[in-house]
Design a protein. Structure first.
Length: 278
């Protein structure tokens, strides 16, 4: 039998909490470290759908990418959704753990998994972190690498759409459809803070999520003036779902006595779009 404490040691070995960004809130949000874990559900978001899935499956651990308590809270009253979710998990005997930016920086994390699926060669020389960790420059937030051969921006965006799970918003693109793409910068999740980074500016395309109007517009205007990347913007959820299968496989290997499942719930908050005539 594996306790939560033992499982957390494995998770920390895979995704060291010490490598999380200073503003992050990773690790155990609720649960008894000495509880026995027989079933574990992995998901991107700790929301009603994934909590319900975990409890209906009788899991003892819900392991998510996004922390539930990332922003400070002063109450876990059950008339607010965070309190309601925590109460349901506690009553159901299901702990809640997260690996967020500490998962983002590892080779097998969300961005590294995207590069794997895009066919970008792996290795320290082939994949360069955009913002390296101070204590381990081989790891960091975001990656830059090169496709085996040049393709058009349209082909690149279509490949992203095929790889990522479908969402209501689809994949948005800023750039000329036929312009060549080979050098790729990528930051899974919200990456507009890296738009002005020299490694991003030197890429042919920047793949990320949650791009806002003004940062995206300014980046494209600067690219028109002095060169810079095309932009490919996918749903935040979609860019951070792919890595869960690999995480589940690693946990199964370390703890074969635990039944591990990846949630298939689409937890992107947008549910549909309405087409307009151009």
């Amino acid at each position: 039998m594996t306790t939560l404490r033992e499982l957390r040691a494995t998770i920390d070995a895979l995704y060291p909490a010490a490598d999380a960004q200073s503003w992050d809130a990773v690790g155990l949000a609720s649960g008894d470290p000495d509880a026995v874990i027989e079933r574990m559900l992995l998901a991107v978001d700790p929301v009603a759908a994934t909590v319900t899935e975990a409890l209906e499956w009788r899991a003892q651990l819900l392991f998510t990418h996004h922390p539930l308590l990332l922003r400070g809270v002063t109450s876990i009253a059950e008339d607010q959704y965070k309190g309601a979710l925590l109460a349901r998990l506690i009553r159901g005997g299901c702990a809640l753990e997260s690996a967020h930016t500490n998962a983002d920086v590892v080779e097998s994390g969300p961005t590294g998994t995207i590069f794997d699926r895009l066919g970008i060669p792996a290795g320290a020389e082939e994949r360069i972190p955009i913002e390296p960790l101070a204590n381990n420059p081989a790891r960091g937030i975001g990656l830059v690498g090169e496709l085996p051969e040049s393709i058009t921006l349209r082909e690149f965006a279509e490949r992203v759409a095929e790889i990522f799970p479908a969402t209501a918003g689809g994949v948005r693109v800023a750039g000329e459809p036929e312009q060549p793409v080979r050098r790729v910068a990528c930051c899974s999740g919200a990456g507009d803070s890296l738009l002005s980074h020299p490694l991003v500016r030197g890429a042919d395309v920047y793949l990320t999520s949650d791009l806002r109007h003004h940062p995206a517009s300014e980046a494209r205007e600067q690219a028109i003036l002095a060169g810079g990347p095309a932009l490919v913007d996918a749903a935040h959820f979609a860019s951070e779902w792919l890595w869960l299968d690999g995480a589940a496989a690693r946990i199964r290997e370390a703890h074969p006595d635990i039944e591990v499942r990846v949630s298939t719930h689409n937890t992107d908050p947008w549910t549909f779009t309405v087409a307009q005539q151009a």
